[in-house]
Design a protein around this ligand. Structure first.
Ligand code: G
Ligand code: G
Ligand code: MN
Ligand code: NA
Length: 253
């Protein structure tokens, strides 16, 4: 209850902001881009999105947050791009509820225009909830944004129903394999086979495969060997402040 009454003011005051976790290109070891993850500084606490995103969803504030994080991430990428020879790609998370109601595509286009971020440098991450609850809106928004080069990623793949038909029906450019999958790689052969099969299938469909939650060298070796394209996880880096994220990107270029 305290969170829910503090949230609108926090948004207003800019207390909700993105941190940036590197996504590593497994082909060359360079930082490909960053996933923007929301954080909320509330007094001395840093509140996790697992706590405040559900509250924002209940209070009709989640679109505002998703767009604020997108705006922050876009500004970050544009600014860092000025100091770097190669483009900075960013992914941001969009709640299924964010797709409900009119005007989302226009709001996102406005942010691209105002910050100067080329659409080709942006990926929107959504979970399969959006496909079950809001497929039509999602499809319409993506149709507009794709014309600008914006990509879509299916996040947390392997956790929900993850019907394989989603992979076929919808033109996700990227599939993000959930970290719960990765945790089990060391435990059993069945998971390793399933993982390898899913990667094969998705690569065969022309998707970019992002593996989340890579924490050990063994996991990294396995996902590289199986042909994943990008990886994210504590082995490479925690989510970073804009200053630290810029530094590692420029150093590694
Ligand atoms: O960063 P962390 O691992 O604590 O994120 C927890 C969850 O919160 C993840 O599932 C992530 O997708 C979600 N999340 C992080 N940032 C945002 C955001 O800006 N918008 C939405 N809708 N979800 C987010
Ligand atoms: O659901 P989504 O992919 O958006 O969630 C990303 C979340 O995963 C972030 O909150 C981030 O802090 C967390 N995360 C990123 N890398 C790792 C990792 O290697 N291990 C664990 N346990 N969590 C991670
Ligand atoms: Mn995500
Ligand atoms: Na995920």
């Amino acid at each position: 209850a305290a969170l829910s009454s503090a949230l609108p003011i926090a948004i207003e005051n800019g207390e909700i902001y993105p941190v940036f976790q590197p996504q590593i290109d497994l082909g060359n070891g360079q930082i490909h881009g960053f996933e923007a993850l929301a954080r909320w500084n509330w007094y001395d606490l840093v509140i996790s999105p697992d706590q405040f995103i559900p509250v924002a969803e209940e209070n009709g504030l989640v679109r505002q947050i998703d767009l604020e994080i997108l705006r922050g991430a876009a500004s970050f990428a544009v600014e860092l791009g000025r100091r770097s020879a190669r483009p900075v790609r960013i992914s941001t998370n969009m709640s299924a509820l964010t797709f409900k109601g009119a005007g989302l595509a226009e709001d996102i286009l406005d942010i691209l225009f105002e910050t100067g971020l080329p659409g080709e440098q942006l990926t929107l991450e959504v979970t399969e909830t959006v496909l079950m609850e809001n497929w039509g809106d999602f499809h319409d928004v993506l149709e507009v944004l794709r014309a600008k080069g914006v990509r879509a990623a299916l996040d947390d793949f392997g956790t929900g129903y993850s019907s394989l038909s989603y992979l076929r029906q919808l033109q996700f450019e990227e599939i993000k394999i959930d970290r719960s999958f990765v945790v089990d790689l060391g435990l059993d052969e069945q998971t390793r086979r399933l993982f390898a099969g899913v990667i094969d299938l998705a690569v065969g469909l022309g998707k970019t495969i992002v593996v989340e939650g890579v924490e050990t060298e063994d996991q990294a070796r396995f996902v590289v060997e199986k042909g994943a394209h990008l990886a994210q996880g504590f082995l490479y880096s925690q989510p970073l402040s804009p200053t630290d994220a810029s530094a590692v990107f420029v150093e590694g270029s």
